[in-house]
Design a protein around this ligand. Structure first.
Ligand code: GUN
Ligand code: ZN
Length: 447
C-alpha cells in the first residue's frame, strides 16, 4: 500500500563524496544499519539501534515491513555509464581491435535490430542481466533503428527503471543498411525524445556513434537537438584507439584534436558523456573539466580491445566527472564489480592505486554524478530513489573461505570487487521493491 514503510536491515555502505577528494569521509558505513523507505524513496538511514526504536513513533498508523539481511552488504544500485544493448549477444568476439571489431562483429549484429520483435527479446534479456548484476541504471546505446530504443524503453518502463538511452546516429563509414542521414536521424531522434524523454524514469540521449561515422552536417543536427531539448544527454565515444584517433585527424583536419571535433560542433557540455577518453591531450582534459562534461571509464573493454590505459589521475586532478561503464559487448562483463576489478589493474599498470572505496564510489555516486543525477540516485540521501543491491560475501565456498581472512571493511570490499560478480548479488531492489532475487541452491553457509 502507499502507506507502507519498508525497513531494510543489514550492513549498509554508501558514498557522499569521491574518496580521492574526501578520503575516509567519502563513505558512510552502518554495520547493522537500517534503511527506511517510504513511497519508493529513502526516508532515513542509520544504525538499526537508533532507527528501529523510534519507527512506530515516526510513522504512526502505518504498516512497517522490516526485512533483515544479516551479514549482508547493502549498497546503492550500481550505475553503468556506457553499454550497448545490441551487442549483448556478441560479447566476447575474438581477435580484433576496435575498427576491425566494429566491422567484423558489431555492425553485423546490430543489423538484426531492424526487427522490433528481436529487439524486444534482447531488451528483456539485457535488463534481466543488468538486474542480476546489481545494475539499476544505465546509459545505453541502441542501434540506428528507432525500434531498438522503443523496445528498450518499453521494457525499462514496465520495470520502473531509471534508464537513459538513444538511437545511434551514423551517416557515413558504416554499412548502407545501418546508415541514416542528417535529416532522418534528426527526425527519428526528435520523435523518440517527444515519446520517451522524462516519461516516468526514462531520459533520452542524443547518440552519434563517434566522429568517424557522422558527417559535420549530422553533428550539427545533434547540436540542434540539444538546443531544442536542453536537458537531454549527449552520448558518444572519444579517443579509444590509436588508429581511430588518427582517422579522426584525417576526417576533421580543421579541428584541433578529437574532442575538438565535438566541441566545434557544440556538443561538449554538462550531460555530455564521452566513453573511453583514453588518448587525450592536456587541452582536451582541460576542456572536459571546464565544460563539466563526463567520462565513462570502460576497463574490461579497454583491455579486451587492447585500446590503452585510462588516465584516472589526470581526471581526478581536474575534477572531471568520471563514471564506470561495462561497454558490453566490447566489455566482457555486465558486472560492475568485475569492471572495478579490471579498473584496479589498469591503475596498477600505471603505478597508481585504486581502492575498493574508489571502485564502489565510481559504481554508485560517481556514476550518478557523471549522469548529472546526484540527489536522485547513487546514494542513500533522504529523498533519493530507493534502488539498492544486497551483496553476499559468502556467495561461493571459495569467497567464504577467502573472506574469513579479511579483517577490515576495505579488505572485505576489495576481495568482493576482485572475486565477485553476479553470484554475489543476492537481491536487487527498484524503488524499494524486490526486482531480482538470486535463485538456485542456497549460498554456502560458513561453518
Ligand atoms: N566506437 C564506435 N562504436 C563503438 C562501439 O560499438 N564499441 C566501442 N567500444 N567503441 C566504439
Ligand atoms: Zn561503446
Amino acid at each position: 500500500t502507499a502507506n507502507k514503510i519498508r525497513v531494510i536491515c543489514g550492513d549498509i555502505l554508501d558514498f557522499v563524496d569521491d574518496p580521492a577528494v574526501a578520503g575516509d569521509k567519502a563513505y558512510r558505513y552502518f554495520e547493522q544499519g537500517a534503511l527506511v523507505i517510504q513511497d519508493g524513496k529513502v526516508a532515513d538511514l542509520g544504525f538499526e539501534r537508533d532507527i528501529l526504536p523510534s519507527l512506530a513513533l515516526a510513522y504512526p498508523d502505518q504498516l512497517i515491513d522490516t526485512k533483515r539481511y544479516t551479514g549482508r552488504l547493502i549498497i546503492p544500485g550500481m550505475i553503468d555509464t556506457h553499454i550497448h544493448l545490441p551487442q549483448t549477444e556478441m560479447i566476447g568476439a575474438y581477435g580484433e581491435q576496435l575498427l576491425t571489431w566494429l566491422t567484423e562483429y558489431a555492425f553485423p549484429t546490430e543489423k538484426k535490430f531492424a526487427d522490433e520483435d528481436y529487439a524486444r527479446q534482447v531488451s528483456q534479456r539485457f535488463i534481466d542481466e543488468l538486474l542480476r548484476n546489481g545494475t539499476t541504471s544505465a546509459l545505453v546505446f541502441g542501434t540506428v533503428h528507432p525500434q531498438s530504443v522503443n523496445a528498450f524503453f518499453s521494457e525499462a518502463q514496465q520495470r520502473k527503471l531509471r534508464m537513459i538511452a538513444g538511437k545511434v546516429m551514423m551517416d557515413r563509414n558504416c554499412p548502407e543498411d545501418l546508415s541514416d542521414c542528417p535529416e532522418s536521424s534528426y527526425q527519428d531522434s526528435k520523435a523518440l525524445i517527444e515519446k520517451w524523454h522524462n516519461v516516468d524514469r526514462l531520459s533520452y540521449a542524443v547518440t552519434p556513434r563517434f566522429a568517424p561515422t557522422s558527417s559535420p552536417e549530422q553533428l550539427a543536427k545533434c547540436t540542434q537537438l540539444l538546443e531544442e531539448y536542453p536537458d537531454v544527454y549527449l552520448h558518444t565515444h572519444l579517443s579509444e584507439n590509436k588508429d581511430e584517433c588518427a582517422w579522426v585527424k584525417e576526417l576533421f583536419p580543421e579541428s584541433e584534436d578529437y574532442l575538438g571535433v565535438y566541441e566545434d560542433a557544440g556538443l561538449v557540455r554538462r550531460r555530455s558523456v564521452f566513453a573511453h577518453s583514453i588518448h587525450l591531450a592536456e587541452r582536451e582534459l582541460d576542456c572536459l573539466a571546464k565544460t563539466q562534461a563526463s567520462v565513462s571509464h570502460c576497463s574490461t573493454s579497454n583491455l579486451f580491445l587492447g585500446s590503452g590505459l585510462f588516465n584516472l589521475k589526470a581526471c581526478e586532478k581536474r575534477g572531471i566527472h568520471v563514471g564506470m561503464g561495462t561497454d558490453v559487448g566490447a566489455g566482457t562483463s555486465f558486472s560492475m564489480l568485475q569492471t572495478g576489478n579490471e579498473a584496479y589493474k589498469i591503475q596498477q599498470l600505471q603505478g597508481e592505486k585504486f581502492s575498493a572505496f574508489k571502485g564502489l564510489y565510481l559504481a554508485t555516486l560517481g556514476g550518478a554524478r557523471a549522469l548529472d543525477l546526484e540527489g536522485t540516485i547513487g546514494n542513500f540521501n533522504t529523498g533519493c530513489e530507493a534502488d539498492f543491491v544486497v551483496l553476499d560475501y559468502q556467495a561461493t565456498p571459495f569467497l567464504s573461505f577467502r573472506l574469513k581472512e579479511a579483517k577490515t571493511l576495505h579488505e572485505r570490499l576489495f576481495a568482493i570487487m576482485m572475486l565477485g560478480d553476479d553470484r554475489c548479488i543476492e537481491a536487487t531492489y527498484i524503488l524499494g521493491e524486490k526486482a531480482y532475487k538470486r535463485d538456485g541452491q542456497p549460498q554456502f553457509k560458513p561453518t
